[in-house]
Design a protein around this ligand. Structure first.
Ligand code: ADP
Ligand code: ZN
Ligand code: ZN
Length: 686
């Protein structure tokens, strides 16, 4: 039988004319949209998805037949295709590329026979009965009961923003909403910012929703596990999917609820390829599938907060902690009043004393500093040499443990020189402080007169590199085998520590004066989140404290923090943003270009700006001058960027839809020596 049907297929093809980069193939039989196929492209054979819509008008003689149809799998549902189509257009990324990048990597490798085998295995595993004795939920608190009633009364089409302080029982609200959706025969998607938080939350969901199939989806799974979770979701065998941002694209034909926990978290924004926001896509997707979307946070993003102010989102509040526990008292240490220290901010005497008290009472402290390594730079006082990276415009960080200088941008690592490489001076000294040095300092300063040493654990990207080491260290903290936990912001997120009664931010001020307009918002969220690690059990809630060492104790941000007053902080930030014409009152896109020489990147951006001026709709957007990134050179590549701004989101979208194809053409024209360029819609950092 001859192949006669003309079929439009999304494959990972190089981006050509426009974004709709689907290709046409021939098929022996008609195929419904969403069907997975294998298709030849050049010398390769690729995974593809049959796409809805009219195929192009290429002469039939030039079209190739499909290699195979993966007919064992039901087609991906139309809502999934709509979501991918929307994301491709909104984030200005090729449809085929995006569609293929959000399918499990393993699926790309399997032929029809292998896939059929996996499916048989999956069905067999899923036929096993589940333990069906769920935990009984605690009776809801008065605040939770009120929130649940309001939730039930909110129309499905209205996104809900659950603003609840840390420990206020938000997760209980998610569990309740999930149980209701499951009872109604729907599927549930729960998004969390961090892989590390999935096991704890998964256990909690599994205990409460026993008898339901729960699968997780994140980049920490093996390719086989990831495929299995994805298949279970797509086939409707899984009831609940718990995952990180990539899970927002999981096909869920019966989707009834999406929960986005810690909705403000920056890790919901993908930073390469299609730079999508999983939080924003979750809101869009819920509307597509008639599902409820529930965004939760103790410190909502100002975007979501403003939408609630405008009445576009329903705001629900859990203002107090469960069981009446108080939020930790916030204490500011005015560093101007403290003895000056060599090597930069360490622990001030009053903070040390407070930690000592905790140790004496058998309680734990958490001290965090957002900088790993021993010291951010080594310095020769004789000649002024500093440990710069030869490949980046950045210092290399001194790691004392393995005596290396490491570049945190390109990875370039060398042993620490014995003497200054420029003048031979033997006395080269670390400047500033990272978590390694903080750990050392705390150990020295807290050693008791009788020789007993405090038990210190450090959690950062270095100490948790080995698989299982994070779990082991967290386990030691939970078991009470640690007095002081030192770490980067990794330790501030989500963990339900029961015995920590003191949390301290050693040196958070730099964010107050950052050129990034979101830095204060992030700092406030970080400090509130960190404070939330203290006093989580009723037994230890009394006397829980959050310490902040600062040179600017009068700053308005800290004043709001002391009162745990997110609403006041948000109001003042929103006022500033509105006056400055920044999001959420304006809409941004960032064009980035990388080149060997800064001039090349700049020339490309300038040409792009020139093109912009000629496009219809250009008057509704402002294109700013190209500037280097804060770390301009990484691995010998110069990085420049150019901001585009508009008061209207649709106007910005219309403009980008015309501009991006023109940029592809500009690059193809060959006059510009850029290594790569990319557009970031709704960028997080500018
Ligand atoms: P959040 O997600 O807002 O930080 P959680 O849902 O984790 O808060 O709740 C904090 C703690 O309070 C958890 O240990 C949880 O089991 C407990 N908790 C939540 N709701 C109730 C309730 N209604 N009755 C008793 N304990 C509760
Ligand atoms: Zn020197
Ligand atoms: Zn480097």
């Amino acid at each position: 039988m001859s192949a006669t049907q003309r079929i439009k297929v999304a494959v990972e093809a190089p981006q050509h004319a426009g974004l709709e980069n689907t290709l046409d193939y021939l098929s022996e039989q008609p195929l419904s949209p969403g069907t997975l196929v294998r298709a030849p492209l050049g010398k390769r054979e690729l995974l593809g998805v049959v796409w809805a819509g009219a195929p192009g008008d290429w002469p039939e003689g030039e079209l190739k037949p499909l290699s195979a149809v993966l007919s064992e799998l039901p087609p991906l549902d139309p809502a999934w295709q709509d979501l991918v189509t929307f994301a491709s257009a909104y984030y200005q990324r090729g449809l085929g590329e995006l569609a293929m990048s959000v399918l499990p990597p393993e699926l790309h490798k399997l032929d029809a026979g292998q896939l059929a085998l996996r499916l048989r295995k999956l069905h067999k595993a899923m036929a096993q009965p589940l333990d069906a004795a769920p935990d009984t939920p605690p009776p809801p608190s008065a605040e939770q009961a009120e929130v649940l009633a309001q939730l039930a009364a909110t129309p499905l089409a209205t996104p809900v923003l659950l603003h609840g302080v840390t420990g206020s029982g938000k997760t209980e609200v998610y569990l309740n909403a999930a149980a209701r959706a499951l009872e109604a025969g729907r599927q549930v998607l729960v998004l969390v910012p961090e892989i590390n938080l999935t096991p704890q939350l998964e256990a909690r969901f599994a205990a409460r929703l026993a008898g339901r199939r729960i699968v997780s989806l994140h980049s920490g799974l093996t390719p086989a596990q990831r495929l299995r979770s994805w298949l279970a979701a797509h086939l409707g065998l899984a009831d609940l999917v718990l995952g990180t941002r990539l899970a927002v694209f999981t096909p869920l034909p019966r989707l009834g609820l999406i929960v986005v926990d810690e909705e403000h978290d920056p890790s919901y924004k993908q930073q390469e390829g299609a730079r999508y926001s999983a939080r924003d896509l979750a809101v869009y997707r819920a509307r597509l599938q008639g599902a409820r979307v529930l965004l939760g946070s103790a410190t909502p993003s100002l975007e979501s907060w403003q939408r609630a102010n405008e009445g576009r989102y329903q705001r629900l509040a859990l203002p107090s902690r469960i069981g009446g526990a108080l939020l930790p008292r916030v204490r500011l240490v005015d560093m101007n009043q403290q003895p000056k220290e060599r090597g930069g901010a360490g622990l001030s005497p009053p903070l040390l004393a407070a930690i000592r008290e905790r140790i004496a009472r058998g309680e734990q402290s958490l001290v965090f500093l957002n900088r790993r390594g021993y010291a951010p730079v080594l310095h020769c006082a004789d000649c002024g040499w500093k440990s710069g990276c030869p490949h980046c415009s950045a210092w290399r960080v001194f790691h004392k443990l393995d005596r290396t200088l490491r570049c945190h941008h390109c990875g370039f690592t060398e042993r620490v020189p014995r003497a200054c490489p420029d003048c031979g001076n033997l006395d080269i000294a670390p400047i500033g402080r990272g978590t390694e040095r903080l750990e050392e300092q705390i150990g020295t300063l807290l050693a008791a007169g009788d020789g007993t040493l405090p038990r210190i654990a450090r959690i950062d990207a270095d100490s948790t590199r080995l698989k299982g080491s994070l779990e082991a260290q967290l386990g030691a903290v939970h078991a009470g085998e640690v007095d002081v936990l030192v770490g980067t912001q990794m330790v501030t997120k989500g963990h339900d520590f029961r015995r920590i009664t003191l949390v301290a931010a050693v040196n958070p001020d730099s964010a107050l004066f950052s050129s990034d307009f979101r830095a204060p918002e992030r700092l406030f969220a970080l400090l509130m989140q960190a404070a939330g690690r203290a006093g989580r059990s009723a037994e230890h809630a009394q006397g829980a404290e959050m310490w902040v060492q600062t040179w600017h104790p009068q700053h308005a941000l800290y004043a709001a923090l002391r009162r745990h007053d997110f609403a006041a902080f948000a109001a003042s930030q929103l006022e500033e943003r509105e006056a400055a014409g920044l999001p959420p009152f304006a809409h941004l896109a960032m064009l980035r270009a990388d080149a060997r020489q800064a001039e090349q990147a700049q020339a490309f951006l300038q040409a792009a700006a020139g093109l912009a001026a000629t496009l219809p709709g250009a008057e509704a957007v402002s294109v700013y001058a190209p500037v280097p990134l804060p770390v301009a050179r990484v691995a010998n590549v110069e990085r420049m960027q150019m901001l585009v701004e508009s008061a209207s989101r649709p106007a910005l979208q219309r403009f980008l839809a015309a501009w991006v194809p023109a940029l592809h053409a500009l690059r193809r024209g060959g006059a510009h020596k850029v290594l790569r360029w990319a557009i970031d819609v709704d960028p997080l950092a500018i």
